[in-house]
Design a binder for this molecule. Structure first.
Ligand SMILES: Cc1cc2nc3c(=O)[nH]c(=O)nc-3n(C[C@H](O)[C@H](O)[C@H](O)COP(=O)(O)OP(=O)(O)OC[C@H]3O[C@@H](n4cnc5c(N)ncnc54)[C@H](O)[C@@H]3O)c2cc1C
Length: 375
């Protein structure tokens, strides 16, 4: 292979790109990360049921052993002695990742730089070539984490504000995970609260649906929920976050990835199709990718899900899409019936057959069986 600038080019230094760079730091592999941002902000928290350690455990901001869902005035509580729901602060994550990358002689982190067009592989065994805003770059591997920019199709949309109120409004021991609004024929709406302290929480309105709700509608709904939580008193807004995360199944029979190339992060299908949880799967992909790069494999394979898991995600998604009015009842049944930890492990991305079977066995059978046979 002709002389090349880097062994690995990572396109995008967000959660997935930095997670991979951190794992490759200190290895014998020369890594270039291309990232348009010049500075990182504490722009989100990543929350998930932790099932595995990762290099960012020091960035956990809060952790809970109790959570609940509620629908139609009925609350279903859950707790775990072994599993915790955790929130990783993106501000702390970015800071730690940048510190590790800057200290590693093999990582060239190019902030303020963008990839301008898709990378090209002019010769099968030659290097990848990329045009960036700082000139051309060649590399042996390309890991592309740039966002698709996709803003339509089935997915979850949410708008949240981290607020501070002047009195004890929250129970910092227990996460209100899904407080469902009245069932609707077109979408599933719920409120999600992360209680960081008695007087501080991230309050988020969320919609699963085929249409992205108008931002002003979400904002009115959020203001209304916060006004109730703050009992009409004044409160401080510390931070706001907003996103659309597609909930789609990867194409079956997807085209074979070109040599020494992979999509990772959300771009690579890291979001669990049926739930949108992505953070822990991004970490899992980073581990897989690191191992394959260090082994020098040609065809990088970052698929996380077995065909059975994809099938189950598909059924779950189709039920949610076709019968959104059943969404609150379905989730409530899951939280009520699934054995301790199994549901949480499944939501987080576990592909263990025992977790899948327990979750399916906890659902009211009618809509699921119909979906299996007609879908
Ligand atoms: C507000 C918010 C809250 C979320 N909360 C959770 C949660 O609680 N739990 C969970 O599991 N998941 C959550 N997610 C989903 C998911 O975990 C995150 O979106 C995560 O950041 C995805 O990582 P990523 O690397 O794929 O994308 P990003 O972190 O968005 O990184 C992509 C990077 O590509 C860069 N880029 C863009 N254009 C170019 C270009 N032309 N050239 C080079 N680089 C480029 C961007 O600047 C960015 O840094 C949340 C998402 C958002 C937006």
């Amino acid at each position: 292979m002709a002389a090349i600038d880097a062994d690995v080019a990572i396109l995008g230094g967000g959660c997935a790109g930095l997670s991979l760079a951190v794992r490759l730091a200190g290895s014998g592999v020369r890594v270039t990360v291309i990232e348009p941002r010049l500075e990182y902000e504490d722009d989100r928290v990543w929350s998930f049921f932790r099932t595995r350690p990762d290099p960012f455990t020091a960035c956990v901001r809060a952790s809970w052993s109790k959570w609940h869902v509620s629908s139609g005035g009925v609350t279903v509580p859950r707790r775990s002695d072994r599993l915790r729901y955790e929130s990783v602060s993106s501000g702390a994550f970015y800071q730690l990742a940048l510190q590790i990358c800057h200290a590693a002689p093999n990582i060239d982190l190019r902030l303020g730089t963008s990839v301008l067009v898709d990378p090209r592989l002019p010769a099968m065994h030659g290097p990848w070539r990329m045009e960036t805003s700082a000139g051309q770059l060649t590399s042996r591997y390309v890991i592309d984490t740039r966002p698709t920019g996709r803003t339509s199709g089935y997915g979850q949309s949410f708008l949240g504000q981290e607020i501070r109120v002047g009195f004890d409004a929250f129970d910092p021991e227990d996460v209100p995970m899904m407080c469902f609004a009245a069932p609707r024929p077109d979408r599933v709406d719920f409120l999600y609260i992360l209680p960081f302290a008695r007087n501080e929480a991230l309050v988020e309105v969320t919609t699963f649906g085929a249409e992205i709700p108008d931002i002003s509608e979400h904002r009115r709904w959020l203001e209304c929920e916060i006004a109730q939580l703050a009992r009409g008193q004044s409160y401080d807004i510390l931070r706001e976050e907003r996103a659309f995360i597609p909930m789609v199944l990867p194409q079956s029979g997807a085209p074979i990835a070109p040599a020494r190339f992979a999509h990772a992060g959300l771009r690579g299908g890291a979001a669990r199709p049926s739930t949108g949880y992505a953070y822990q799967r991004i970490q899992q992909m980073a581990d897989l990718c690191t191992a394959q790069i260090l082994r020098g494999v040609d065809g990088i394979d970052l698929r996380l899900d077995s065909p059975v898991t994809r099938f189950m995600d598909g059924v779950f998604l189709r039920v949610l899409q076709r019968r959104p009015d059943r969404g609150p009842a379905l989730f409530s049944a899951l939280f009520r019936n699934a054995p301790a930890d199994r549901l949480e492990r499944f939501l987080s991305g576990s592909t263990a057959p025992i977790d899948r079977v327990s979750v399916m066995a906890s659902l009211p059978p009618a809509p699921f069986l119909r979906e299996v046979f007609t879908g």
